[in-house]
Design a protein around this ligand. Structure first.
Ligand code: FDA
Length: 404
């Protein structure tokens, strides 16, 4: 029997990082991935430049940037392995990076730099990596009172390990290897799951209702965007992108993780302008068409799309009745619309929900099932857009690797 201290299933961000740290602690580590290429999500992340962490992460208030049934679960791991720790590693490997926006750190050259760094760390820990290898089954054996081990049937034969780490990620982007394997293993060992759904995902709208806006596909602009009511209200000031089927861009991706099916989102399409005041002012002094005045306040394609929907607006600013003007200002500064759905896992950057944190130790990521660990996105911890998800992958992997 092929025997290891640790078998890690999933050679993505969390799996590779955990393997390197555990290997360098002297453990005999095997990593198995069913894909031929490791870390495909790192490769495509951040537009190919990998937004690998976020300087603004506040581990003392994780609910600010992370979503989970238990928002405090991730605090311990995030405070013990911080963005600065990962930055130190990136610098040690001589990888050039820059800060883009709101604390987001990206590689200057390529996401491949991060993959190379993780593989170098694995090499330093004498980690064995099996790619293109599937795990057919997992069994747990108990020998005597204390000693337990796992036996995995794989394409390369059976392997045995004292600890099994599940790092198979979420369900997003199945075409590059995402599967629900981690959730199946959790269920097999009696662990609970929090319902999963796509997060950081473009939102879609009914075809007929969307028709007037489909012409805006490609238009990007800064907006205020929110969803939910009272205490559950979430607001982001970010860019919006119109698409043929609906809305995308960072603002929409962020809000999608909080949006509930059947509820509305509200958009301020001119967050930097006092629209009622500016339109009234145009009415008093301008002889131009209202559409032209509006085009000086919001992108002209947007102005045209709005004005073309209401004949009362297709006049000079002075001629537009106050009621129509106020309605326009209201519509643009609090555009309320109900998405019919999202683009789903094929476009989602993350999966919300996952292995229930009530069945995991926040210190070690070990589950109620001794020797079985879950790290990274497979766990019910989902970060905001902006490097938070990778930081969770690094931090949960590190907490686990210290405990193995
Ligand atoms: P990850 O998905 O990285 O790895 C899982 C591994 O398990 C994969 O290698 C997969 O092949 C393997 N696997 C799955 N099922 C298996 C099975 N049955 N048997 C064996 N192996 C199996 N985050 C961020 O912080 N900054 C960013 O810039 C981006 N950008 C971004 C862009 C896009 C397009 C996407 C889809 C996602 C992002 N993310 C991101 C999110 C980030 O990529 C994600 O949260 C982490 O990769 C999660 O790391 P894990 O290691 O948990 O899973």
């Amino acid at each position: 029997m092929n025997t290891w201290d640790v078998v890690i299933v999933g050679a993505g961000a969390a799996g590779l990082f955990c393997a390197g740290v555990a290997g360098q602690r002297g453990l005999k580590v095997l990593v198995i991935d069913h894909s031929d290429k490791v870390a495909e999500k790192i490769r495509i992340s951040g537009g190919g430049r990998c937004n690998f962490t976020n300087r603004l992460l506040d581990a003392s208030a994780p609910q600010k940037h992370f979503i989970s049934q238990n928002p405090h679960f991730c605090r311990s791991a995030l405070s013990r392995y911080t963005p600065q720790d990962f930055i130190d590693l990136v610098q040690k490997h001589g990888i050039a990076f820059h800060e883009k926006h709101k604390g987001q750190l990206f590689c200057d050259h390529s996401a491949e730099d991060i993959i190379r760094m993780l593989l170098t760390e694995c090499e330093a820990g004498r980690v064995t990596l099996w790619t293109g290898c599937s795990v057919k089954s997992v069994r747990h054996h108990t020998q005597g009172a204390q000693t337990t081990h796992y036996v995995l049937e794989t394409d390369k034969g059976p392997v045995q390990a004292t600890s099994l780490v599940v790092a198979t990620g979420g369900l997003s982007i199945p075409k590059i290897g995402a599967t629900g394997w981690g959730y199946e293993v959790a269920t097999q060992f009696g662990l609970r799951l929090i319902e999963r759904r796509p997060g950081l995902v473009p939102l879609t709208f009914d075809g007929a209702a969307w028709a007037p806006y489909a012409q805006l596909a490609g238009l990007a602009l800064p907006v205020g965007i929110e969803t939910g009511e009272k205490k559950a209200r979430m607001h982001f000031d970010e860019d919006l992108l119109f698409t043929h089927r609906g809305l995308s861009g960072p603002g929409v991706l962020q809000i999608s993780s909080y949006w509930q099916d059947g509820t509305a989102i509200r958009l301020n399409l001119a967050p930097e302008v006092n629209l009622p005041e500016r339109l009234q002012d145009a009415k008093l002094r301008s002889k131009k068409l209202l559409g032209n005045e509006l085009a000086s306040l919001v992108p002209s394609r947007l102005a045209e799309a709005w004005v073309s929907q209401d004949p009362a607006l297709q006049r000079t600013a002075a001629e537009v009745p106050d009621k129509a003007l106020n309605k326009l200002a209201q519509a643009l500064s609090s555009w309320t619309l109900t998405p019919t759905g999202s683009e789903g896992y094929k476009k989602a950057e993350v999966t919300l929900g996952g292995v229930d944190t009530r069945d995991l130790s926040s210190q070690t990521m070990e589950s109620k099932q001794p020797g079985l660990y879950f790290i990274g996105e497979v766990v019910d911890v989902t970060g905001w857009l902006g490097g938070y998800n990778f930081q969770w992958a690094w931090a949960s992997a590190h907490a686990c690797a210290q405990a193995l």
